[in-house]
Design a binder for this molecule. Sequence first.
Ligand SMILES: [Zn+2]
Length: 304
Amino acid sequence: MKPKYRLVVIALLYFVVASAAAAQDLGPNIRKLKDGIYVYVGTKFNSNCGIVITQEGVVLIDSGHNPTDSRSILEAVKKLSPLPVRFLLDTEPHPDHTTGHFVFSPPATIIAHVGATASMIGREKESPGRIEKLAGTSPEMKKALEGYRFVPPQVEYRQKMTLNLGERTFELFYLKDVHSEADTAVWLPKERVLFSASGIVVDQVNILRPFVTIPDILAASKMMKALNPEVVVPGHGQPGTAKIFDDTEKYYALLVERVGAMVKAGKSLDEIKKELKMPEYAQWASQERMPSNVDAAYKVVKGN
Ligand SMILES: [Zn+2]
């Protein structure tokens, strides 16, 4: 082999070995969705975090369930790109998506829908000592919390915004009353990857707070399905396809139908909560949240 060719072969081999090592080295939670697009899948329905590499920096979608996750995410990011995390897009303001903000910002600018900061401040007031308690859960958590600061979003948008960074476009959509006070779906139109936030979850009963309505969830589901995504990353649970939306619609249709039949049979709300059976979904996680689903279905049936 001519020395020139030998050099090319060595360079190629080095590249192959280096990429393989990098691919294996990202930790057990990281899944590659597309070139430069990864998701850190939370263990046991813990929240997911999207990692998007661009030519002008990294964009994260949420910051990990706990600061231990945030630290692992930062380690993975450093292996994927020499560039800093420029933006962090919040799909919701709850602590299981935002406690790790301090790990990334600065330098990251955090973007969320209007209402996110107020929601975060409200939660902090409701649960004094939350960070101390969290630090007490394990030595790893205590270490991960070093340098903790409460970091609310620096930018709040209304309804819709577009972020262009490098070769990529991120479209942010507000999802009204599907889970929290400020839910955002993040859509990458060129790559057809959608981060659907926590109004839609997978293999798990969702928690429906009093202001959350089933019609709002179904409207959000329909809107997101119409985008025709190839990959859908829910706020919690395994990434999948647009089938996530079909499953969601099917579940709520059956729930409303069963609750409707029980109302017709003269059952009270309390009786329905005790007697309702959804055996088709018995394997879903978080069954203790079912009463909140009955409340929402009852409102639909009663027309309020
Ligand atoms: Zn939440």
